[in-house]
Design a protein around this ligand. Structure first.
Ligand SMILES: Cc1cc2nc3c(=O)[nH]c(=O)nc-3n(C[C@H](O)[C@H](O)[C@H](O)COP(=O)(O)OP(=O)(O)OC[C@H]3O[C@@H](n4cnc5c(N)ncnc54)[C@H](O)[C@@H]3O)c2cc1C
Ligand code: FES
Length: 347
């Protein structure tokens, strides 16, 4: 076990759909695992050759409701660990995790007029389900959920969402889209269908709406392009990508490829490493046996985010840190390189 990891026990398993299960977890040491709605757990698995691999799973439980920690996993055809979890995991099994992380979270506080529009497809509902429950039970803010699936039977949390709609009639606006539906406006989410829904809920006209997107890359790309074209600012659009894909374009080199020292404060200790391009800060730390949090290693999940307290870090790729996080000094160690001198980071 990694010295920074937490051992979790599966306490119950619930079948959600034919290929999706929810796993309720408890920490073996009894210490509560701290997380925010929208964050994910990164689990550590082992390949048959002994190599460690990491997979992230969004947390579907809500702290506002004091629900037990739960993740929801959809089996990917030919997916190594999602299949193992859905087909083989049993109550009492132990899982290794580096804890919760992620920036796909709700604002720390928000005014009463703030509206939230969630667009989810398939298992993309997982972090959004936690967020919606937290908003509905914790405030009177309005929530719009546009949720796309193939059919009702493949819709994760369908019954729970319909119950929420019943309970929070005036607060939750629900639009369920099933691609099998013969009615075009209730089928696939196209730009035209989005326009109709936007008109119905006055989505484009209103600066008080925050958008949260989670689903397949093409689905999220279409929505993001459409929202941006309608004048929604990038700061009002939050995205969570489940499928980590290698960037298709050639990545740039840092403007300064010299060796620089990086001092890292993490987990009540500090250490200094010498980082030299092409190795990133994370890659150098790993090589020297230092344990830092990470998952995708490609600038797409946010698990490795750190605050740069002195010096400059240049990032080769960043799909997760928005303008606000960058202004607050956040950087990604997996795609980050020190430039122009020494750097200090705090995780
Ligand atoms: C931040 C984050 C949060 C996530 N939250 C969840 C969650 O709540 N629930 C959940 O079920 N999954 C979630 N995932 C996806 C999860 O981490 C794994 O990628 C997924 O379970 C596949 O792992 P695997 O080992 O089974 O597949 P692998 O053996 O890694 O991959 C097998 C094949 O499937 C493709 N593939 C991998 N992931 C996906 C995907 N998500 N959709 C389509 N094809 C894929 C791969 O490209 C590859 O071709 C999340 C991912 C991230 C980065
Ligand atoms: S490990 Fe995912 S962004 Fe760095």
């Amino acid at each position: 076990m990694n010295s920074l990891s937490t051992l979790l026990r599966i306490t119950s398993i619930k079948t959600e759909t034919v290929d999706t299960k929810s796993f309720t977890l408890e920490t073996v040491d009894g210490k509560p695992l701290v997380y925010k709605p929208g964050q994910f757990l990164t689990l550590l698995f082992k390949h048959s050759n002994g190599d460690e691999v990491r997979r992230s799973y969004s947390i579907s439980s809500s702290t506002t409701l004091e629900e037990p920690l739960t993740i929801t996993i959809k089996k990917i055809p030919n997916g190594e660990f999602s299949r193992k979890m859905v087909d083989q995991a049993r109550e009492g099994n132990l899982l290794n995790s580096i804890g919760a992380a992620g920036l796909f979270t709700l604002p720390d506080s928000y005014p009463a007029h703030q509206r939230f529009c969630f667009l989810a497809a398939g298992s993309g509902i997982t972090p959004i389900f936690a967020q919606i429950k937290s908003i509905l039970y914790g405030s009177a803010n309005r929530v719009i959920l546009i949720y796309s699936n193939r059919s009702a039977s493949s819709t994760i949390f369908l019954d729970e969402i319909l119950q929420l709609k019943d309970q929070f009639k005036d607060q939750l606006m629900l639009e369920l889209l099933f691609s099998e539906s013969a009615i075009l406006t209730q089928s696939r989410l196209t730009q035209g269908v989005l326009d109709q829904l936007a008109q119905k809920h006055a989505l484009y006209k209103d600066d008080d709406t925050l958008f949260y997107l989670c689903g397949p890359s093409a689905y999220m790309r279409m929505i993001n392009i459409k929202l941006r074209a309608e004048g929604i600012s990038p700061e009002s659009i939050k995205k969570e990508l489940f499928l980590v894909e290698a960037p298709t374009h050639k990545l740039a080199e840092p403007p300064d490829t010299d060796r620089h020292s990086v001092t890292i404060y993490y987990n009540n200790r500090s250490f200094t490493i010498e980082v030299q391009y092409p190795e990133s800060i994370l890659a150098t730390a790993k090589k020297q046996g230092e344990q830092l949090p990470y998952s995708c290693e490609t600038g797409q999940c946010g698990t490795c985010a750190a605050i740069c307290t002195s010096g400059k870090v240049w990032m080769r790729y960043n799909e997760v840190l928005g303008k606000k996080a960058l202004t607050d000094g956040y950087i990604l160690t997996c795609t980050g390189y020190p430039i122009d001198g020494p750097v200090t980071l705090k995780l």
